[in-house]
Design a protein. Structure first.
Length: 191
């Protein structure tokens, strides 16, 4: 299910285009607020970021888990889109990884927000891996083909390493996940 599917009404019918735009605006705003303040940020902060009232947030996403899952899917949708062909594959990889890092920092609160829905969390995680590993693999292969990135790095391994570097963002307020991921990417350069 994509984030567009989140833009359906309670009966499963597609919402009007303005309602879909509102839902997309809310998802973007919620992602920004979640990245800044975590998934337990007040709904009023999300509404303010989106420029709407709190009732609009609740109309689209009646519960916090609904909103968190929709943001997760929205971000995965954006990351899963094939990156544009870039003259510099290293820049394309770094750009995608920066967005992926921001996503991971937000994602760490997902399990807690879903409370005891471990099966739902595992399903979302499997979808995330299935959709994003091929994208990262294409970016890595382009870098290898250009002679910019070492050839012995697998996409899944890099994805796990980036994820591990993002874990500290939840615990340590001064932790710089993006910086540490940048150090990791520097190590990918072809010798």
């Amino acid at each position: 299910m994509s984030s567009v599917d989140a833009a359906r009404d309670g009966d499963g019918r597609r919402k009007r285009s303005d309602a879909r735009r509102n839902a997309q605006t809310l998802l973007d705003a919620a992602a920004t607020v979640f990245a800044r303040s975590g998934v337990h940020a007040p709904v009023r902060d999300i509404a303010a970021e989106a420029g709407v009232g709190m009732g609009t947030v609740y109309r689209h996403f009646p519960t916090r888990p609904d909103l968190v899952v929709a943001v997760f899917r929205h971000q995965v949708d954006a990351l899963a889109e094939p990156p544009e062909a870039a003259a510099n594959p290293d820049e394309a990889l770094r750009s995608w990884v920066a967005r992926f890092t921001d996503f991971l920092v937000t994602k760490h609160g997902l399990a807690e927000a879903l409370h005891s829905d471990q099966a739902g969390f595992e399903s979302l995680h499997a979808e995330f891996v299935e959709r994003l590993v091929p994208v990262l693999d294409r970016l890595l292969r382009a870098g290898v083909d250009a002679g910019r990135i070492r050839a012995d790095v697998r996409a899944l391994d890099l994805m796990v390493a980036i994820g591990n570097l993002c874990i500290g963002a939840d615990t340590f307020p001064d932790y710089r996940a993006r910086h540490m991921v940048g150090v990791l990417l520097d190590g990918l350069s072809s010798p």
